[in-house]
Ligand binder design. Sequence first.
Ligand SMILES: C[S@@+](CC[C@H](N)C(=O)[O-])C[C@H]1O[C@@H](n2cnc3c(N)ncnc32)[C@H](O)[C@@H]1O
Length: 248
Amino acid sequence: MTNQYSTATYDAIGERFEAFTDTASQRAVETKTFFHMVGDVKDKSVLDLACGFGYFGRELYHQGASKVVGVDISASMIDLARQESLRNQESIEYHVSDICHLGTLGKFDLITAAWLFNYAESPAQLDQMFQVAANNLAPGGRLVAYTVEPTFQLQRGNFTKYGVHVLTEDAHEGGFRHHAEFVTEPPSAFTFHRWSRERYELAIMKAGFSRLQWQKPIISPAERAKHPNGYWDDFERNCLQTGLICTL
Ligand SMILES: C[S@@+](CC[C@H](N)C(=O)[O-])C[C@H]1O[C@@H](n2cnc3c(N)ncnc32)[C@H](O)[C@@H]1O
């Protein structure tokens, strides 16, 4: 059943998520870290899981990826992605699907998944998502993900000034379920899940990946210079985000 906090709320959030990415300071750190992890995509095929309005896939297309396919569970987000790609004459394929039930679209050199795994509502779904990623990767291919940092704790401080206001934190199936809002006008309610590093690593191993590496968010000197001294202290002390690279 869906409610205002359901993970399917992106149909309701729609363009407000794009507005969030334009204003939230955490997004600049996310994108910097994400492209650092991805590296050179020239002539690589890319599958962008939980592509939303298509931002990362479209960027990688312009960086020279040979093929880009985006998938998202939200028909509204895929509509936005399609419109944007049409406007920019980008030859990108989009599908509406729950990643847990995606099946195999091909064998891609690179899979990206920015903010997918934190929408796994149970350890079983986390396993399914990593298995789908592994099934769609070519041998030696990489999965580059961005997700909720396992060690975040609401009692240690909020993330509001960086763009996400966390409202609740409840134990859930061995991890935590959080209700939160993107700091948009009006606020956009959503639910995310926080799984332990160990639970991620188990799902990654079970899916058949041979290596994994956690990547701390990178705050560039330029990003630091945009804000008063100490602005990023809370971000670094109780971070809500992390990068993750898995190699098949
Ligand atoms: C925070 S947005 C991120 C979008 C995009 N990756 C970006 O960073 O710009 C999260 C996206 O995950 C999608 N999503 C959540 N659960 C999903 C699932 N089970 N399968 C596919 N997409 C999912 C949502 O619809 C939403 O578009």
